[in-house]
Design a protein around this ligand. Structure first.
Ligand SMILES: Cc1ncc(COP(=O)(O)O)c(C=O)c1O
Length: 350
């Protein structure tokens, strides 16, 4: 007897993680180069000594700390096992099989996966020629079946961002019954004041859910904690579809300790933003097209030279993330790591 799994899973795209190659520099997964602060390592060790106990499934202390830091009522917060899990929870909380999720393409590669895993329908809208979300086209793509629209700002993998005025116009025009998920996984690397802070926007709106993560700016990618700021009913719905205990106790402790050290972590993000602009300028000088980035990575729209560029980088012991036929995403590493990447880029014959 064989077990029967859902036929639709046959068509599910697999998530392609950035590769780790022994002896090579990894600039493929948008991680930050530095490890956790000593205070965070100590909190991880302390929490590790008590893992015979289940975690607090409500993440009470973390929710309280986030509420105080963001000045958002705890009732409007939901914590998840990485913001990718919150993406899936948002689909599960808003869509049945007849309903539709809209997202830009190319954007975060988990959106089609979480949509299809949840059994919902998907509709994609091409980015503009400048690699920025086409919010007018996304608005026009909304149908009576649409329940959720992901806007990734800054966008993974292009690093581009929509500005305040266009985003507010879009949010004002989205029809009733449609939730906009503003994915701000890279918010802390934004240095342009015209790129809006989603949490500020969410406080005045019921149709906006903002996703943030401890994986990037706070360097806790291996521990899996993200959070969402939304209206009370949406936050409550997210808590309903939460897999019990899925944010573990070590992750909760590390996130709390990281919030205590937020100023230091955010200063590191500022340094990475400066380094990002330097790397971008150097790549432009070397003859590449590189859209303005607001994140901790840059995008090289190399089209059909994508795979050759990735192989060339690997020959130089640098792993980057290629999207075949489309482009290459390069994470900003330490200055030494970036120097190796730039050497490789300069010797790539196009
Ligand atoms: C745009 C975007 N959203 C969400 C995530 C998920 O982050 P995590 O699940 O580690 O919080 C990522 C990770 O790469 C991302 O790029």
């Amino acid at each position: 007897m064989t077990a029967r799994t859902r036929a639709a899973l046959e068509a599910l795209p697999g998530y392609v993680p950035g590769r780790t190659v022994t002896g090579a520099i990894k600039l493929a997964s948008n991680e930050v180069p530095a490890g956790p602060l000593p205070s965070v390592v100590a909190a991880i060790a302390d929490a590790g000594a008590a893992v015979n106990r289940y975690p607090d499934t409500a993440c009470t202390a973390l929710v309280e700390a986030l509420s105080a830091r963001l000045d958002v009522p705890a009732s409007r917060l939901a914590v998840g096992c990485g913001s990718v899990m919150l993406c899936q929870q948002l689909v599960q909380a808003t869509c049945t099989e007849a309903d539709e999720v809209i997202f830009a393409w190319r954007s975060f590669e988990a959106y089609p996966i979480v949509t299809q895993v949840s059994g919902a329908q998907q509709r994609t809208v091409a980015l503009r020629a400048d690699h920025v979300h086409d919010l007018d086209a996304m608005l026009a793509a909304i149908t009576p079946d649409t329940r959720l629209v992901f806007v990734c700002n800054p966008n993974n993998p292009t690093g581009t961002a929509v500005r305040r005025a266009e985003l507010e116009r879009f949010l004002d025009a989205v029809p009733d019954g449609v939730l906009v998920a503003l994915d701000e996984a890279y918010r802390e690397f934004v240095s342009d004041s015209d790129v809006p802070d989603g949490v500020e926007l969410a406080l005045d709106r019921d149709n906006l859910a903002v996703l943030r993560t401890f994986s990037k700016a706070y360097g806790l990618a291996g521990l899996r904690v993200g959070y969402c700021v939304a209206s009370e009913p949406v936050a409550e719905a997210l808590r309903k579809v939460y897999v019990p205990f899925s944010v573990n106790s070590v992750a909760q402790a590390a996130a709390l300790a990281s919030l205590d050290a937020a100023d230091e972590m955010l200063a590191r993000c500022g340094d990475i933003a400066v380094e990002r602009d330097r790397v971008r300028d150097a790549l432009i000088d070397a003859g590449y097209e590189v859209p303005e980035s607001h994140s901790n990575f840059v995008w090289l729209p190399l089209g059909d030279r994508t795979t050759a560029f990735c192989e060339h980088c690997l020959d130089h012991k640098v792993v980057v993330r290629g999207f075949a036929g489309d482009g290459v995403r390069v994470t900003v590493g330490s200055p030494d790591e970036n120097a190796v990447l730039l050497d490789a880029a300069r010797t790539f014959t196009r």
